[in-house]
Design a protein around this ligand. Sequence first.
Ligand code: HEM
Length: 161
Amino acid sequence: MISFVAQTENMYEILLRSHSGLRWILLAVVLGAIFRAFTNMSSGKFTPLDDKLSLFSLIFAHIQLLLGFGLYFISPFVKAAMEAGMGVAMKDAVMRFWLVEHLTGMLIGIALITVGRIAAKKAATDQAKFKKIAVFFTLGLLVILATIPWPFREALGRGWF
Ligand code: HEM
């Protein structure tokens, strides 16, 4: 029993650190893809680098999704909110954030990045590919930024790393 609890705590620590660190890598590739999309949208050529940037945005976003789901089922913050019950949790800003807002926002953000990558793949011209990435990735990033546990939201008690 004790070793099961210790293993869950280790798993929690590993998932949380990975989930926390991966956000920076995801941010870097998504920003890179968006920057190239906006600067090349009018006449640039869609190069293998652009393909890789959108591919790795998709891959890292999906790994972040898996890590997030892993955390969702063992996080003490989500557990506390679930135990409190929907009625109570929805009235508490911190509980509501971990139970609903972070999950929903990230799912929408990741879905937008996924749709953007697929739409860019299917687009016939380089300009259309850049436009799809510019629109969908920017919207996705905005939703992700809106539902991140920012360190300045003090009640959430999170740091930068
Ligand atoms: C682009 C996607 C995502 C980003 C950038 C992101 C970012 C973050 C960050 C920065 C933290 C705080 C980490 C820390 O305290 O060091 C966090 C915590 C957390 N995330 Fe995400 N997240 C994403 C997706 C998701 C998804 C889809 C889920 C759920 C299915 C999720 C569930 C969680 C949970 C449960 C925690 C808190 C764990 C705890 O402290 O007990 N995340 N996330």
